[in-house]
Design a protein around this ligand. Structure first.
Ligand SMILES: Cc1cc2nc3c(=O)[nH]c(=O)nc-3n(C[C@H](O)[C@H](O)[C@H](O)COP(=O)(O)OP(=O)(O)OC[C@H]3O[C@@H](n4cnc5c(N)ncnc54)[C@H](O)[C@@H]3O)c2cc1C
Ligand code: SF4
Length: 658
C-alpha cells in the first residue's frame, strides 16, 4: 500500500476557506486569501519588468555579483533576468561535495586514463569481473551490493555516459537548461545529438516525448525524489512473472531502499502550494497525503558535521523548488549521496563520459564496445574502444538498456522477440495551470537568498483520484513547482513574464503498456500509434481540468510543439516474464537466451539464460505502476542483487549469503 505518514486531513492554517468553487473567487479576496508573504516577490517582479532590475524570474539578485543594465525593460529586461550568479549557497554546496569525497580527490569518478591503462594491460583475462552500464537506481544499487559481496570489488566498474555533476553547478537559467539537452529538440536538427554530455536526455518521438537524466547518479540528479509504493493489487496483474505476483516478495527490498535513501516527509504545513492543493483535494473529495521524499529536510537527519548516514555532507532543504533541474544546495538525496558512495568505499571504479554502444559474447565473457566522450573545452570528441568483462549488468534505464540490447541484437545477440515491447508511460500527464486564484507560489527561486515565501520541494503531496476504482481509472495528482530555469521559458510561451501563480499538475496512473521501442538511425525511438486519441489521455485531461477549475486557474493543453504526450517515467522495453515468450528477462534480471551452447545456462525455472548478463533498471518493469516508479525500480534491483551471490556461475566472483 502507498505509504501513509500521519494524518491526511488538510491543515488550512492561515486560510479561511470553505469548500465551494474556488474558480468563482476573485484573485485577491473572497474565501481564499493570498498569503501576504507573496507580496515582495510580486512587487519585485513588477519593478523588474519595468525598471530592468536583475531578478531572474522567481529568483533574486545577489548584491555584488549581478550586473544590471538599467536601460532594458519589458521583454528585454525579462530576458536579461536569465542570469546565474555564483551565490554563497552554491559555493558551499561545491565545497561540501569535494569534502565528502576528499579521500578520492574530491570526486567519485575515476580518471579515464585508468580505464585505458587497464584495457591495454589486461593480458588474456577480462578487464573486469563485473561491468555495470549506467549509474541510475538499478546500476548504483547493483554496484553497491555486489561490491559488498565480491572477492575483488575493485574489479567492478561502472560506465556512465554523462558527467559527474557537483551540486552548485546545476543549470538555473533557461539558456543553460537548453544547452544541457543531449539531443536537439526543435528545428531541422531535431533528434540529432547536440551535447553528448548533456544532463537532460529528452527524446522527441512522433507520439510521446520521453525525458530522463544523464550523469553520474542517473535520473536521480533531476527527479522530484518522490518515493511511493504502488497499490498491492497492481502486482496481481498477469504481466508480472509468477514470482512477483504478490507484492510481499518485494517488501524487504522496499524497506532496505527506504532506509538507504533516508526517506521522510515534511513536517507540518509550510508552503503555499501544499495549502492550495490540500484545499482543492478536500473540495473535490479526494484523499491527499504528504509524500515520502529523499531530501535532507532538517538538521535532525544529519550529524553535527552535516553528514548523512553514508558520510556525505548534505544541507537542509531551503524549499527553493528546483529539485527537477538539480539541487544546487546539496539537500536532495541522490545516488551520489547514497548508493554510489557505498560502492566507491568498497572499491568500485566509476568511469563517466563513457557511453556503451553495444555488446557481444566472447570467449572470456562479454566484449563491450564504447565511446569515451573527451571534453576538450571547446569540443567534445569521441574515442571509440572496447573492453572485456566476465559479467555485465545493464542499468541504462528503459530507453538506454533497450537501445543497447536492440543494437546488440543487430550484432548477433539472440534475445526474446519481446525486446522493445510492453513499453509504458506509467500513465503520466502534465498540466500547466496559469493564474491560479489559490496563489500557489510555485515558481522555483534557485540557490539564492530570498526574502519571500519558500516554494517547497518540487512535489510534496499526492492526491488519490478514484483510489479504489479499476486500475485504468485511478490517478495520482501531485502539485509541482516550476523550476527557476524553466520559468522564463514559460513566461515567454505565455507571452507574460508574470508567472507567479502558475502551478504544474503532475498526473501518474495506468496505461495499456502498448508502446514499442525500435531502432531508427541507431537511436531508440518510441512508437505508439493512436495514443493521442486514447481514453487514458482524455481522462488525464479531464481530471487536470477539474483541478484547474478548483484552483480557479486557466488550463489549456499546450500544442506549441505538436500534439504529443510526454513522460518522465518510462518503463519497460526489456520486461520481465516467465519465459522468452512473455519477457526479455526473468524475475532475477537474467536475459533469456534464444539459443543454446557456450555461455548459456539454465535458470531456476528451467529457462535458457545468458551466463553473466543481467538487467536491473526501469526497463524490466512489465506494466504501468500507477505510482512514481523509482522506489519499485530500487526494490526490484535490491532483489536482483540479493539473489546474485547464490547463482552458481557467479560463485567465482561473489561470496554466497550461505
Ligand atoms: C524530471 C523528472 C522527475 C522525476 N521525478 C520522480 C519522482 O519524484 N519519483 C520517482 O519515483 N520517479 C521520478 N522520476 C523518474 C525516475 O527518476 C526514474 O524512473 C528512475 O531514475 C529510473 O531509474 P533507472 O535505474 O531505470 O535509470 P536512470 O536513473 O534513468 O539511469 C540510467 C543511467 O544510464 C545511463 N546510460 C544510458 N545509456 C547509457 C549508455 N549507453 N552507456 C552508459 N550509460 C548509459 C544514463 O546516463 C543514466 O545515468 C523522474 C524523472 C524525471 C525526468
Ligand atoms: S527544494 Fe531546493 S533545496 Fe530542497 S531539495 Fe529541492 S532543489 Fe534542493
Amino acid at each position: 500500500m502507498a505509504k501513509t505518514n500521519g494524518s491526511h486531513k488538510p491543515e488550512l492554517a492561515g486560510l479561511n476557506c470553505e469548500p465551494t468553487s474556488f474558480a468563482e473567487l476573485p484573485a485577491n479576496g473572497g474565501r481564499v486569501k493570498p498569503l501576504p508573504i507573496l507580496t515582495p516577490r510580486r512587487q519585485f517582479l513588477t519593478q523588474a519588468t519595468t525598471a530592468g532590475a536583475v531578478l531572474a524570474t522567481g529568483g533574486i539578485s545577489t548584491p555584488g555579483l549581478a550586473t544590471t543594465d538599467s536601460t532594458k525593460h519589458g521583454v528585454a529586461a525579462f530576458l536579461d533576468k536569465s542570469k546565474t550568479f555564483d551565490s554563497s549557497l552554491k559555493q558551499l554546496a561545491r565545497q561540501d561535495y569535494r569534502r565528502s569525497f576528499q579521500t578520492w580527490g574530491g570526486q567519485l569518478s575515476n580518471s579515464p586514463d585508468e580505464l585505458f591503462h587497464a584495457i591495454r594491460n589486461g593480458g588474456g583475462e577480462p578487464t573486469y569481473d563485473f561491468l555495470i552500464i549506467g549509474s541510475g537506481y538499478g546500476g548504483s544499487i547493483l554496484a553497491a551490493r555486489l561490491s559488498a559481496q565480491a572477492h575483488s570489488p575493485d574489479r567492478i566498474a561502472i560506465f556512465e555516459r554523462g558527467r559527474e555533476w557537483v551540486p552548485g553547478t546545476f543549470p538555473d537559467r533557461f539558456s543553460d537548461l537548453s544547452a544541457q539537452t543531449r539531443e536537439t529538440i526543435f528545428g531541422p536538427q531535431r533528434k540529432q545529438l547536440q551535447n553528448p554530455l548533456g544532463l537532460f536526455d529528452v527524446r522527441v518521438n512522433d507520439e510521446i516525448d520521453v525525458m530522463a537524466g544523464s550523469g553520474l547518479g542517473g535520473t536521480s540528479l533531476i527527479n522530484a525524489s518522490i518515493a511511493l509504493r504502488p497499490s498491492p493489487d497492481v502486482f496481481w496483474e498477469p504481466e508480472w512473472p509468477s514470482a512477483l505476483r504478490d507484492m510481499a516478495a518485494l517488501e524487504p527490498y522496499y524497506e532496505l531502499t527506504e532506509l538507504t535513501l533516508d526517506m521522510g516527509t515534511i513536517p507540518g504545513t509550510r508552503t503555499r502550494k501544499v495549502q492550495a492543493q490540500q484545499q482543492v483535494a478536500e473540495f473535490l473529495g479526494y484523499r491527499n497525503e504528504r509524500t515520502w521524499l529523499s531530501i535532507a529536510l532538517n538538521r535532525a537527519m544529519l550529524d553535527a558535521e552535516s553528514r548523512n548516514r553514508h558520510g556525505v555532507i548534505q544541507r537542509p532543504c531551503t524549499y527553493c523548488g528546483d529539485c527537477i533541474t538539480g539541487c544546487n544546495i546539496g539537500a536532495k538525496g541522490t545516488l551520489t549521496t547514497s548508493y554510489l558512495p557505498l560502492a566507491k568505499r568498497n572499491g568500485v571504479r566509476m568511469f563517466t563520459q563513457t557511453e556503451v554502444r553495444y555488446l557481444e559474447p566472447c570467449a572470456v565473457g562479454w566484449r563491450v564496445h564504447f565511446t569515451h566522450w573527451q571534453d576538450n573545452g571547446r569540443t567534445i570528441d569521441p574515442v571509440h574502444d572496447c573492453v572485456t568483462t566476465a559479467n555485465v549488468v545493464l542499468g541504462a534505464g528503459s530507453l538506454g538498456t533497450t537501445e543497447l540490447l536492440l543494437r546488440s541484437q543487430q550484432h548477433g545477440l539472440s534475445v526474446s522477440s519481446r525486446l522493445g515491447c510492453k513499453w509504458s508511460t506509467n500513465g503520466d500527464g502534465l498540466g500547466i495551470l496559469r493564474k491560479a486564484k489559490t496563489c500557489p507560489n510555485a515558481v522555483g527561486v534557485g540557490a539564492y537568498p530570498i526574502d519571500f515565501a519558500p516554494v517547497g520541494p518540487s512535489v510534496e503531496t499526492t492526491t488519490f483520484v478514484n483510489e479504489h476504482g479499476p486500475l485504468l481509472e485511478r490517478l495520482l495528482i501531485q502539485e509541482g513547482a516550476i523550476p527557476r530555469a524553466a520559468a522564463n521559458f514559460f513566461g515567454l510561451l505565455f507571452g507574460n513574464p508574470d508567472i507567479d501563480n502558475t502551478l504544474a499538475i503532475l498526473a501518474v496512473g495506468h496505461d495499456t503498456a502498448e508502446g514499442k521501442i525500435r531502432l531508427v538511425d541507431n537511436r531508440a525511438s518510441v512508437f505508439w500509434p493512436g495514443v493521442q486519441d486514447s481514453e487514458h489521455r482524455a481522462r488525464l485531461q479531464r481530471t487536470i481540468a477539474r483541478f484547474a477549475e478548483a484552483h480557479g486557474a486557466n488550463y489549456r493543453v499546450i500544442r506549441a510543439f505538436g500534439d504529443r504526450l510526454s513522460t518522465v517515467h518510462p518503463l519497460g522495453g526489456c520486461s520481465m516474464g516467465d519465459s522468452t515468450e512473455s519477457g526479455v528477462v526473468n524475475h532475477l534480471g537474467q536475459v533469456f537466451a534464444n539459443c543454446g551452447g557456450h555461455g548459456v545456462e539454465i535458470d531456476h525455472e528451467g529457462q535458457s539464460v545468458y551466463e553473466g548478463l543481467y538487467v536491473a533498471d526501469g526497463s524490466i518493469v512489465p506494466r504501468s505502476l500507477g505510482a512514481n516508479p523509482y522506489l519499485t525500480i530500487c526494490a526490484l534491483s535490491e532483489r536482483i542483487a540479493f539473489h546474485m551471490p547464490n547463482t552458481p556461475s557467479l560463485a567465482k566472483f561473489l561470496r554466497s549469503w550461505g
